[in-house]
Design a protein. Sequence first.
Length: 253
Amino acid sequence: MTSPRPVVLITGSANGIGLATAHKFFAEGFDVVLSDLIEDEVRQAARSLDSKGVRAIGLQIDVASSSSVNKGVAAAIDHFGRLDVLVNNAGNFRQGSSSNYSDDDWDFITSVHLDGAFRCARAAYPHLKGSSQGAIVSISSIAARIGLPQRLSYSVAKAGIEGLTRVLAVEWAKDGIRVNAVAPGFTKGRNLDDLEKKGLTTAAKLLDAIPLGRFAETSEQAEVIYFLGTPHSSFITGQVITVDGGTTIDIRI
């Protein structure tokens, strides 16, 4: 049976920005497919939206695997009968000096962030094409715009996502599919906590780089993702919206 409500698939949605985005779409009347690498975690996240599993389901999807992505999208269609919005949020993180960066370090990041976004967009395309409001929103980063030491493949992958966004926006416009991206700045959550725990930075140092003087809430990122994924932004495509409290436009001299 095809759902009477629009359906969104969000990768990397067991926690953080992805989970906040799932809550936003759900609250606004969407049926939601959450996906992540760890099945138990994503199913629990889905239950936090809908304990009965009627309007929200959790799927294990490894975006680094085309077969896993194809299987996951097929499962979403099998359950809800349609797909209207794809949010490419799945990600991972690994730091290291560029001079010592291994092939594995490089592939670990790019196969998930950049290649994963492409795999998911490709699998979702025929279903988004059949929607009256087909849209893709991919998650970039301020790392795509500035030189962040120790984050080589992450920065390159995020820049690649912005290029992917522009090309798909042009190619798929004729199919009624809008393609945009959001580039978050420093946002509260697991990744920020991990940087501090590893002694790689401090909250005070990061806050000093943000003109608004605070970290973003995951819900603030979710609001922009939702905007770009719905008809509220019906004449916007091929764009990257930076949500960073002014970090990338500030030069303190």
